[in-house]
Design a protein. Structure first.
Length: 583
């Protein structure tokens, strides 16, 4: 009898006839592929089990990702315990805290697409049956979730965890305090020694930035949308409980393989996306969610753009008092019960859909059944007494933003700002002016040609906004851009203005002195110019050419779509004819 006709092909009872890994493990024609697995020390039993990709964004670029390799080993332990065969692989990350304020920031948003694309290619190329994706820094979280949804195999997302707060002269600090310290140094408020003392204590451990910046915002999203195990978003990176969640994720993904689902696109529905937008609003999360949620929806074949996100923001109360607008960091929220506390409070008052299915196989409501609102704490407020009646992030629209714009209002006391424009054609020009204090209080600083195409790469402006705060002028000037802001940005800062300047959007037509009105109460962004005047100026406008005429940024600029729809680079699930699992 041929060796290939014996029962040995399924020593654990697995029937791989419907699993994609059959293309690399089953039958005589796959002998060459199997020889590679033997070369890596795999047993025959392991070869004929389901293959689970354990994808991480581990690297030595920053503390955000440094703990992911450790956590991946725990995921693999869980997969092995559940009779699966884990195959670890890594992809890139660009860390905004280091890329910020220079040309490197152009790589940040494009890295989201590169992460999703490379994870997809690795999974496709090696025919893995399931995936656990771990990510730790801003763009890596949505990038990994996008890949999981795009592949639509049994998949679980897990956050690498936040950093522990630093201590500076008796106060909790984060890396944003260091960026603001640079502004204080420029004014003379901080000496060289002061700044050096701060930078040495601000980031005391592994993990992503501790405030409700982009990483922790998207970690909250991973639970709210149903792609992560309940509770997994909260514990800081150094805690052993994170390794326990990692192992549980490995076991859970094998449960999904055995049961055949729910699959990622069963989980990521329109209702689930609305839940995700609600958690962003309720926690005063990053404006970057206005880009990432439409991009995640795109992978599931759902139209859910910036205006859809903003609609949820507008009706969800802000109840978590988190930095940068509030007092606390992720570790504090974890200690009072974590993301589940916020979700349960929203669920109990009708702000999220409880019937959405999750990776546990249970609904959101079932997952939250035993969660009780903690008393004697002021990290999360009850819905009956919110910090602000509408969400911490607001969408804007007007003659200056026909395709929308976005602002974080968490921490703001005044929601209307009107002033004359001061125009800059790059962040670098504006930052230099701010550092030299060449601006006036009451002005609206305009940074343009920093959109997805025009940058290219849609840079974040944290260096500039933090410098303004460090100089004590936060709230006394406004800043608008077709680029982005860091999740750590605070103040009257409006990003994602569309259409962007590079394609002739109204922001390209502004001149110094034009009166701009921002109304975050009513959701408007306008310039005091008639349609006729804007049309006249457009006649004289000429497109600008950027200097990126080769390499990845060139390709990105050719492919990327508008910020309103998530700045995506491919047609998405709606155009899909052949899914990965169909091979």
């Amino acid at each position: 009898m041929s060796a290939f006709n014996k029962d040995r092909a399924h020593p654990n009872g697995w029937d791989k006839s419907k699993l994609v890994s059959r293309h690399v493990t089953e039958g005589p024609s796959k002998a060459a592929a199997r020889s590679y697995y033997y070369a890596m020390g795999m047993t025959e039993e392991q070869i004929h089990q389901p293959f689970v990709g354990v994808a991480t964004c581990w690297n030595e670029a920053a503390p955000c990702n440094i703990a992911l390799s450790r956590q991946a080993q725990s995921v693999k332990k869980g997969v092995n315990a559940a009779s699966g065969t884990p195959r670890e692989f890594t992809t890139i990350t660009v860390t905004d805290g280091i890329a910020m304020g220079h040309e490197g920031m152009r790589s940040s948003l494009p890295s989201r697409e590169a992460i999703a694309d490379t994870v997809e290619l690795t999974m496709r190329g090696h025919c893995y049956d399931a995936i656990v994706g771990l990510a730790g820094c801003d763009k890596s979280l949505p990038g990994m979730m996008m890949a999981i949804i795009r592949l639509n195999v049994p998949g679980i997302f897990m956050y690498g965890g936040s950093i522990l707060p630093g201590k500076f002269r008796g106060k909790d600090v984060t890396v944003v305090d260091v960026f603001e310290g640079i502004g204080k140094h420029a004014t003379g408020e901080f000496s060289d020694d002061d700044l050096h003392e701060l930078e040495c204590v601000a980031c005391p451990s592994a993990g992503a930035c501790g405030g409700q910046f982009t990483a922790n915002t998207m970690a909250c999203v991973s639970e709210a949308i149903g792609l992560a195990l309940p509770g997994s978003a909260g514990s800081p990176a150094p805690y052993e409980s994170r390794d326990e969640y990692a192992e549980a994720s490995g076991v859970a993904v094998m449960d999904l393989v055995k049961s055949g689902g729910p699959l990622p696109r069963d989980i990521v529905t329109r209702k689930a996306l609305e839940n995700a937008a609600a958690i962003v609003a309720a926690t005063g999360g990053s404006t970057n969610a206005g880009l990432h949620l439409p991009a995640i929806a795109h992978e599931a074949g759902i139209d859910f753009d910036l205006f859809d996100v903003a609609e949820i923001f507008k009706k969800t109360p802000l109840i978590a008092d988190l930095k940068p607008g509030g007092k606390y960091v992720a570790k504090d929220m974890f200690e009072i019960g974590g993301v589940s506390v916020v979700l349960k409070e929203l669920l109990d008052h009708g702000y999220i859909h409880g019937d959405c299915i999750t990776v546990t196989g249970k609904t959101i409501a079932e997952n939250l059944e035993n969660i009780k609102f903690p008393e004697d704490q002021d990290v999360v407020y009850p819905v009956s007494n919110p910090i602000h009646p509408t969400g911490g992030v607001v969408g804007l629209k007007g003659n200056l933003a026909e395709e929308g714009a976005i602002v974080k209002i968490a921490g703001l006391t005044e929601l209307v700002f009107e002033g004359p424009a001061r125009c800059f054609d790059s962040e670098d020009e504006c930052f230099e002016a701010v550092q030299n204090r060449q601006y006036k209080e009451g002005e609206v600083l305009v940074i343009r040609y920093e959109g997805p195409k025009g940058g290219p790469g849609m840079r974040e402006m944290l260096s500039t906004t933090a410098a303004l705060y460090g100089q004590g002028t936060g709230g006394k000037v406004a800043l608008i851009t077709d680029g982005r802001f860091s999740g750590g940005t605070r103040g009257f800062c409006i990003g994602h203005i569309g259409p962007e300047a590079a394609i002739g959007g109204p922001i390209a037509l502004l001149k110094d002195g034009d009166m701009i009105k921002i109304d975050a109460e009513n959701g408007t962004l306008d310039v005091a110019l008639s349609d006729a005047e804007l049309a006249e100026r457009r006649k004289n406008w000429k497109p600008r050419e950027h200097e990126y005429t080769s390499g990845y940024l060139y390709k990105y600029a050719q492919q990327v779509g508008p910020a309103r729809k998530g700045a995506v680079t491919h047609p998405g699930a709606q155009a899909e004819k052949k899914a990965f699992v169909d091979i």
